[in-house]
Design a protein around this ligand. Sequence first.
Ligand code: BG6
Length: 608
Amino acid sequence: MCGIVGIVQQQETKIGKTIIEALTKLEYRGYDSVGIASIFDNKVLITKDQGKISEVTERIDINKIKGKIAIGHTRWATHGPPTKENAHPHTDCSGEISVIHNGIVENFRALKEELLNQGHSFQSETDTEIIPHMIEQLVKKEDILLKEAIIQVVRRLEGTFAICVVSSLEPDKIFCAKRDSPLVIGINSDRMFCASDIPAFLDKTRKVVLLHDDEFVTLSSEGYEIIDFNTMVKIQRKPHIVSWKPEMAQKAGFPHFMLKEIHEQPNSLADYIRIKQPALNKIADKIYNAEKIFLLAAGTAHYSTLTGEHLIRKYAKKSCSAIISSEYESITSLIDEDTVILPVSQSGETMDTIMAIKNAKELGASILSAVNVIGSTITRHSDEVLYLYAGPEIGVAATKTYTAQTIAMWDIGLELGKLSGEIDNSEYLAARKLFQEIPTVVKQTIVRNEARANHIASWFAKKNSSFYLGRGLNLQTANEGALKMKEISYIHSEAYPAGESKHGPIALVEEDYPVVFVAPKDQTNKKMISNIMEMKARGATAIIVMEEGDKEIEELAKWKLEVPKGYSEMLTTIPYIIPLQVLAYYTAVRKNLNPDYPKNLSKVVTVL
Ligand code: BG6
């Protein structure tokens, strides 16, 4: 997820300052590098570097950025680490065409091959850089007009994109196109904006036009023209006036980043699935051939590694353990060159995990990591990296990065099952079909449970403690659900193996005591029913995450939170956490707490 902005104006007033201000309001969309393309004296000037906007603007003179037209980009790296070369904008060989992009071009490798064969040279590892070269090929070699060339190019892109193009060939226009990635237009009397999100220009204008998929826009200081880039039909779309305050706009209308990020999960999971990563099979091979396997993580990431632990045992038939990073000392005597370490981390900067990895490397282990932030410290110490592509997560309590970590564990697990033969070909294909459906199932689960969770929260918010019980794979769903409730509502919530509830927890249960059960319709279902009955007999109020239509379980629930059929076993730890994320969020809100910034917690713990 990146931030893109474009400005075209009638006056030549401080365009560099305006575009930097606009980009700064989009930093929540990505912040590892920043760049601007402006046109002055019929020349494209590119100013870009790695680093946050505040860091980069110290190194450049934004007053040097002159003229009436500019596009700007604040990056969240997906293809290629954060470096100056990988920062947007990207240009063609001549430097006359420059492009910024938010999204993922799935077919960029084949298109890059074609361009290399046509003699184009590349400066970056990004997918984006193929776009200006494709435009250049049509304009320079086939004498096609710039606008037509851009349209022909975007028709060939597979994946998601919102792009802005400026060129000295048409120095007073910005050309934009979008599919799946957001793009909006802001309208002023003497100036036009385009951006990923409204906050970019909300302090300049509230007059906004939202663009739809497969639309192409020509912006000039006098106005805008929208066409469907498949049919070339012109589209008349009136602007509307936005009432949001700037803060609200950064959350796309959601009251908190955490709720926005919960709702982003269908897209973030789709992005993970969309990008085929060569590291996946290398990681599965190395795990399959390793003697000893340890997963390493902290906090929420640790609970995602419990899915990995379960799947490696089940599908690779290998003993393996998920170790909390700060407990790494307990395994150092076992680590050698036949050991594989799998660190899982959203930030890639958790100090406990970094220190453990460094030591494991010294002892000869291979480091195969699953990380969200490209170029982060953990990725630099890894032999292979599986990226999570969840985009920046602003809420301190992990949500979309947890499901991204978990889907990565399932991705590895399915490959191990295929390698070991534990999953035959038809089972593998069926599992991969379910895998592709995960974004839709997560969306359905959010829609089905949000209002119900909000209702339960009005009761839960009055409680001081609770148990979360699960079995097998969904024990970690109970763990992560309890952690979410602890982290943001400050209600003591303890996850426990359901089979253990009679060895302790049951002593605390009294009338109307909250017990959350994660009870999918899998082989644990019958035993969960007896655990639920045991706890209810002592007065517990049962909140049950269950498969829709499971009548036996439903009868036991005071409140049910339902997951669509077919996900009680394969991939279960992804949809089954969704209702518990939403329950924790609304409980915190009901207690008038701010879920985005829970007390005493930080997004990344970079101290030991
Ligand atoms: C904690 C975060 O500080 O660190 C958790 O609040 C996170 O959400 C944990 O799971 C580990 O961080 P990371 O970046 O290594 O996944």
